[in-house]
Structures are given as structure tokens and as C-alpha cells.
Design a protein around this ligand. Structure first.
Ligand code: 4NP
Length: 152
């Protein structure tokens, strides 16, 4: 079982998008039994507000026919580091924040999602850009590249 935790700042836009895009890719390849997939935030405010998935993420997932369930923001916890095999962040600032919560990445589990792509880069935050389409295609690219990295 490969356990993957996608992480962003709020866990309402990018990381739940990645969670459900990756879940669908894995299902399409008949690999669901091999993965456990979830997502989390670095900040705690959306967990405190019991925030669900942002409407922009819901809309693009619906438009792209990617199934999703309800997901409520939760903050990453120190014990997630031991539990998950891959902690996949959206940008550099997520990585710094994750490390401040879980400690030093001794097992090399923490990566940016697009570090697996041909052009490693951050995934911009649509909370600020308003561009959920761009985020979606970056996430598809990253998830696809991650599966190739796993040789699956
Ligand atoms: P995300 O976007 O990290 O992609 O989920 C954000 C969502 C909420 C906030 C910031 C970024 N916020 O400030 O509440």
C-alpha cells in the first residue's frame, strides 16, 4: 500500500483537487487497491471553520468529470509523517510549513507535486489567482508525472 498525502495551505482548493484527480487516475489504471490517498492543510483556520471544498475546485472537478466526495479541511499532524509514504506539497512555502510541523524530512517523503514533472515548479494558489483551470492542468501534469516516477 502506497500512502499519499497531498498538502496545501488551506486544504480547500489545491490539495483536495489533487486528491480526487489522483484517485481517479489510479482507478482508471486499476491501481486503487495499491493506494491510500488523502489531503491536508498547513494552516489550521479552515479546520476550525469546518470548511469543505471550495466551489472553484468543485466546479472544475465537475466540469472535468472527476468524481469527488465531501472533504473537510484538516491540518497536517506530526504523526502523519510516519504514516504516509509521500507528502506532496503544492509549493515551496507549503514545504517549509510542513517541515515546521513534522520536523526534518529524514526519510525524503516531502516533495512538491511538480518536482516529478519535466519543468519542476510551484502550483499557484487559485484562492489568490482565481484560475482553477490552470491549477487543474498543473495538478493533472503532476499526478501523471508522479505515477510515472512510481513506474505505475
Ligand atoms: P489552498 O488555497 O491552499 O489551495 O486550499 C487556500 C484556501 C484558503 C486560504 C488560503 C489558500 N485561506 O486563506 O483561507
Amino acid at each position: 500500500m502506497i500512502k499519499v498525502l497531498f498538502v496545501c495551505l488551506g486544504n480547500i482548493c489545491r490539495s483536495p483537487m489533487a486528491q480526487f484527480v489522483f484517485k481517479q487516475m489510479v482507478e482508471d489504471r486499476g491501481l486503487s487497491d495499491q493506494f491510500e490517498i488523502d489531503s491536508a492543510a498547513t494552516e489550521g483556520y479552515n479546520e476550525m471553520c469546518h470548511a469543505g471544498i471550495h466551489y472553484g475546485t468543485r466546479d472544475i472537478l465537475t466540469a472535468m468529470q472527476v468524481p469527488f466526495e465531501e472533504h473537510y479541511s484538516r491540518r497536517i499532524r506530526p504523526r502523519d509523517y510516519a504514516y504516509y509514504d509521500y507528502i506532496l506539497a503544492m509549493d515551496d512555502s507549503n514545504i517549509e510549513y510542513i517541515q515546521s510541523i513534522v520536523g526534518v524530512d529524514t526519510d525524503n517523503k516531502i516533495h512538491r507535486l511538480l518536482d516529478f514533472a519535466n519543468k519542476p515548479r510551484n502550483i499557484k494558489d487559485p484562492w489568490y489567482t482565481g484560475n482553477f483551470d490552470e491549477t487543474y492542468w498543473d495538478i493533472v501534469e503532476g499526478c501523471d508525472a508522479f505515477l510515472k516516477y512510481l513506474k505505475l
